[in-house]
Design a protein around this ligand. Sequence first.
Ligand code: PMP
Length: 962
Amino acid sequence: MTTFDFFEAAELPVPAVSAEQAAQIAANHFGLSASVSPLGSQQDANFLLSTSTGEPIGVLKIANPAFSRAELEAQDAAAAFIDAAEEIRTATNINGSSIVEIDAGGNHFARIIRFLPGAGSNLAGDGYVRPAQVAALGDLAGRTCRALAAFDHPGVDRVLQWDLRHGLRTVERLASHVTDPHRRETVQSAATAAWRVIDGLAADLPVQVIHGDITGDNVVCSGPHALPDGLIDFGDLIRSWTVAELAVAVATLLRHDGCEPSSTLAAVQAFHAVRPLGPAEVEALWPLVVLRAAVLVVSGIHQSSIDADNDYASSALDHEWRSFQRANAIPLDVMTAQIRHSLGVSHPAAPVDGRLIDGGDVVVLDLSAESDLMDGGVWLERDCEDRLAADALAGGAMAVATVFGQGRLTRSATLSALSPATVATGIDLWPAEPLTLTAPWPGVLTVDGDSLALTGTHATLVVRGALRPAGEGGHSVDAGDPLATAEGRVWIQVRRPGAGDVPPFVRPEYAAGWLAQVSDPGPLLGLPAAPGLADDSFALRQRRSQAYAEVQEHYYDHPPRIERGWREHLVGTDGRSYLDMVNNVAVLGHGHPALADAVARQWRRLNTNSRFNYGAVVAFSERLAATLPDPLDTVFLVNSGSEADDLALRLAMAATGRHDIVAVAEAYHGWTYATDAISTSIADNPNALSTRPSWVHTVPSPNAYRGQHRGIDASKYAPEAVAIIESLAAQGYPPAAFICEPFYGNAGGMALPDGYLKAVYEAVRAAGGVAIADEVQVGYGRTGRWFWAFEQQGVVPDIVCVAKAMGNGQPLGAVITTKAIADAYRTQGYFFSSAGGSPVSSVVGLTVLDTIENERLQENAVTVGDHIVARINELATRHPLIGTVHGSGLYMGVELVRDRVTLEPAVVETAAICERMRELGVIVQPTGDRQNVLKMKPPMCITRESADFFVDQLDRVLTTGW
Ligand code: PMP
C-alpha cells in the first residue's frame, strides 16, 4: 500500500471541484439532492450539504488525490473510535465506512462526514478565547489522546509535514518560500534551537496515533459557555509523539487576541489531568510548540504560494506569524520551567553559599504591596526606591538591600492592560559607605564597564551599578578575593549554570519560570533566604472558605490577592494594579492619608460612645444636618446602611403607629430582618418575591428601560404606585412609610421617572404615612449634580438614610429626620448604638465631608461621569451589545442586551466581559436583577485618564471578544 510522503510530493493544491460538481457527486454517488456551500480547507475540498430547508445533512469531503483510501479509512475509523470511547462529539462518516472513488480527474475519494451542530461556534479567527475554553481545549486534546492510545490502523503510517517528528525537516524544506530574509532566518533558528532540545528527548517521548490537528478551526463548541467539545477533520491523523497533540492545540491558542504563553497553561494543566505528561514530555512541550509555530509559518507561506486562490491559507498567514512570535517571546528554558511549576513538578534548587560582603548589618527594604513604606502612593514617585533606601541608611545600617523574588510595588504601573514586570530576579544594595565586595566562590571574573560577572561551577554572580572594580578581570579568582568596591547602589543577581540573560524584573505570569534560572543572592549578604514570590491567592481563598461563612461571596472564581489600594487603584500582592470601577463606598479613593491620619490621631486621643459629652459627634451631626433641607435637622448615627434603613422603618412605625411598609420592587435595602423583608431584588435573594411577610407591599419597579412601562410611558408608574397606596389605605392597611432609592441604584443607576417621587410622596403622606429616602448608595454627591439624589426629583423626604460613602468604608450610617419623627422613637424605648457616633466614627465622617469639599469630588463626578457616558454612547454606535447607559455623575450602569428590541439580557456575556476586563487590569462587576448591567461607581477621585483607560479596555473586549 502506498501512503503519503510529504517529502516526496510537497505540492498539495486543493482539488479543483466546483460547487456544481459537488452537488452532482452528492447526487450520483450518495443519492442526495442537496444544496451545496463550499467550506475552507488547506488541502481537501469540503462542501456543506443541506436540505432545501437549510437543514445540514453532512459535509462532503473530496480528499486531496495525494491521499490513499487506506489513509481515509484510518481517519474514519479513528473518528468512530473516539466517538465510542469518549464524550467527544466527533465528525464520523455518516455512511459507515463508505468512501467512494469519483471521477474528478485522478485519484479522488469522496465521503460524507457528520455535520456537528455548533460548527458555527468554533475557535476560528483571532478573537479572544476565555480561560475556560483554553482549559476545555487542553482537556479535549487529552481525552483524544486517551482514546486513541488503544487505536491502530495501517493508514496512519505516513509522512506529513504536520508530524512534528519531521518538524525541522519541514521548516528546512519550506523555509525558502519565506521571502522576508529576517523572518526566514528567525524561523529557521528558532526551529533549530527547539529541535536541539526535542532531539535529546525524542527517545523518551511516547508515540501513538494522534488527531494531529486539534486547532481552533477543527473543534466545535457548545453549551452556554461555548466550550469546545467536538472534533472535526481527521485529515492529519498520524502516528506521532503523544505530546505533539497538546503542542498543536497550544500553538493554535497563541493566535488569539490577548493570548500569550502563560494563558495556554490552563490547557496544559487540563491535558495533564486527563493524560499525565511524563518528564520528557514536560521538557519537550514548549520546544514542540515553537516548532509547530515555525511549521505553520513556513507551510502557510508555501501553501499560499502554490495555491494562490486558497483564501483560507492566505488569510492565516498573519495569525501564524503572530503565534510564532508569541511562542518565542519567552525563552524555551524559562517557559519549560514555568510549565513545570504549573504542573507542580518543578525541582527546587539548593541555595548558594559564600559571602559577598564581610559581616555587618544589612537592613531589608520591603518594597512589596504590603510594606508600610508604600503608603500614600509613594510607589508611584520616581526615584522612590533611592529615597526610601536613603531613609533606611539614615537609621545607621551598613547597607540596605531589597528582597529577591518580591513583586515590587515600586515597579508597578497603574492603568496597564498587561501586567507590569514587577518581580525581582536579583537584589539592589545601597551601602552607607564604600563597601568591598568579595568573591563568594572561586571562578572566572569578567569586568565590563560598570558590570562584573564571576562564573563559578554552580552559579554566576552578576553585579552592576556604582562599582569600582578591583582589577581588570579576565582571570580566575579565589573565594574571598576582592572583586570591587560598591560606591553606591548596585544590583546583584545569581544565575544558575546554563541560564542566559535574566532581566532584573519579570512579569508575575512568568516569575516561576524566570526565578528557576536564578538563585537568591540574599544569603551572600548574610540575609535569610527570601520566601520568593508566593502566589498564595488560591491558598488564601481556601482558608477563607474554611473560616469565613461562604455565603459571604467573593468576586471572581480566581480572585487576585489584593492588599493595597491607592486612589482609584487596587494592587495585588504580585504588584499588578487594577483600576477600581466598583468601590462606591471608597468615595475619596483608597488609602487616603488625610483620613488615615485623622483616624489615627483620634484613636490615640479618645474613642468612646455617644453617651459621653464630646465635640466630634455634635460637630458631625451639625455638619450632616446642614447638608439637608428643612425640616430635616435631627441626626441618628449608626454603623451601616442596613442599620440606617432598619432604624428608619422603626421611626416610621413609631411616628405613625402603623406596621405596613410600601417598597419598590427589585430593590435592596439591607440584610437585617426588617430591611431584608422589604428587599425584593432577586439578585440578592432569589426567593425575595415569594417570601414577603404580609406587612410588606411592593409597587412595580419604575424601570423606564425594561420595566412594564418604557420610555415616555414610564410616567404611568407613579399613578400605579399611588393607586396601590390608596387601595391599601382603603382596605384598612394604610402604610407607615414608602421607602425607595431616589435614584434607582439597584437597576444600575437609573433616574426615576420625572415627578415619580412627588406623586408617591404626596400619596403616602395623604394616607398618613411618611416618605423614606434610601440614599445609602446614591447620596453624598455621587450623582454629581446633586449632593442628595432626592433633589433630582424636587422633593424633600421625611426620613433620609445614608451610609457607605459617609465613612469611605469605615462602618458609618446615619438617619436624618425631623425633630417630631425622631422624638416619636421614645415610644419604643431609648436608642443607643455602641459605636454609632463614636469619636472615631464622627471624625471619619467629618474628614470625609471635608475631603469631598476640598478635593471638589462632586464636581469631578460630573466632569468624569459625563465623559464616560459620552464615550460609552460612542461605543454603543459600534457595539450592539450595549443597550443603554444609565446614570448620572459617577453612578452609572451599562446595560448589555442581546437584542435592542427584545432587550434580552446578555447575562453570560456580562459575566464573561467582567472576567476579561480583570485580565486587562479593570475591576468591574455585573449588577441588577438580571446581572446584565456593568456597574460603574468608582471612587469619586477617578481621573479622566483612568476613565479613558476603562472605556478603551471595554472597547477592546467588545471588539475582540470575551
Ligand atoms: N440600601 C441600599 C440602597 C444599598 O445599596 C445597601 C447596600 N448595598 C444597603 C441599603 C445596605 O447597606 P449596608 O451594606 O451598609 O448594610
